[in-house]
Design a protein around this ligand. Structure first.
Ligand code: PRP
Length: 203
C-alpha cells in the first residue's frame, strides 16, 4: 500500500485535484467533513490530510511514503526526504518586506518577524547581518505596522496584504510552490509505483 500525506487547506485541495486528474481519486476527500483518512482499495492507496507544516514529518518518518509540501516548509524544516517534482501549484514567493517608510540602519540589530525562523536566519547570516528573530504564527503584516519588528520574512502571493497595510517588498528570497516528496526507504522499495505516480502527476 502507498500512503500519501497531503496538506490540509487551500494548497492541499489544489494538489488533491492534481492527484484526482492523474487517476488517483479518494472518495470523500473534498467533502467538507472532519474525516482525515481516505482509502482507495482498488489502487491500494491511502491518503490523509495533515497540517501543512507536518507533511515532511510524516514523510521523513515513513508514515507516509510520499506527500506534497510547500517549498517554504521544506526550506524551513530541511527534512531528510527526496524532493521529486515541482507540482507548480500554489506559486508564490518568500520575501522580506517592511513599511513603505522603512530605512535600513546597519548600526542597529534588525528585528525580523517571521513564521520561518530558519529561513530568515540563513538569509541574514548569508548577508552577515545581525538580527533578532520574533517568531509569530500568522498575520505577520501586523508586526511592522505596530512596531513589533522592523521587517518581516513572509510569503507574498498577489501582494495585496502588503499593499493594504502600507508595506512593500525589499527583497525576494525564494520562489515557492508545492513539491512532491518521498520517504527515502519507501522510494527504494516502492520506487516503481512512486515513479509512476510522479510521471502521471507530471503529465
Ligand atoms: C499568507 C501570507 C500573507 C498572505 C500573502 O497568509 O502569510 O499574509 O498570505 O498573500 P497576498 O500576497 O496574496 O496578499 P495566509 O492568508 O495564509 O494567512 P496567515 O496570515 O494566517 O498565515
Amino acid at each position: 500500500m502507498i500512503n500519501i500525506a497531503l496538506p490540509k487547506g487551500r494548497l492541499g485541495e489544489k494538489v488533491y485535484k492534481l492527484f484526482a486528474a492523474a487517476g488517483y481519486e479518494f472518495a470523500g476527500m473534498l467533502d467538507n467533513s472532519r474525516r482525515l483518512v481516505f482509502e482507495n482499495k482498488e489502487l491500494d492507496m491511502r491518503c490523509f490530510w495533515v497540517k501543512p507544516f507536518d507533511v515532511p514529518v510524516y514523510v521523513e518518518r515513513g508514515t507516509a511514503d510520499i506527500g506534497a509540501a510547500g517549498k517554504d516548509i521544506l526550506m524551513e524544516r530541511s527534512p531528510d526526504v527526496y524532493e521529486l517534482l515541482d507540482l507548480k501549484a500554489g506559486a508564490c514567493r518568500m520575501a522580506v518586506a517592511a513599511r513603505n517608510d522603512f530605512r535600513e540602519d546597519t548600526e542597529k540589530i534588525l528585528r525580523v518577524a517571521t513564521e520561518f525562523p530558519n529561513i530568515a536566519r540563513s538569509y541574514y547570516s548569508g548577508l552577515g547581518r545581525e538580527i533578532d528573530i520574533i517568531t509569530l504564527r500568522g498575520s505577520l503584516e501586523l508586526a511592522p505596522v505596530l512596531g513589533l519588528s522592523d521587517v518581516i520574512v513572509d510569503i507574498v502571493e498577489t501582494g495585496t496584504t502588503l499593499r493594504e497595510n502600507n508595506l512593500s517588498v525589499l527583497t525576494y528570497i525564494a520562489d515557492l510552490s508545492a513539491r512532491l516528496i518521498a520517504n527515502k526507504a519507501a522510494y527504494k522499495f516502492k520506487g516503481e509505483v512512486i515513479d509512476e505516480i510522479m510521471r502521471r502527476l507530471e503529465r
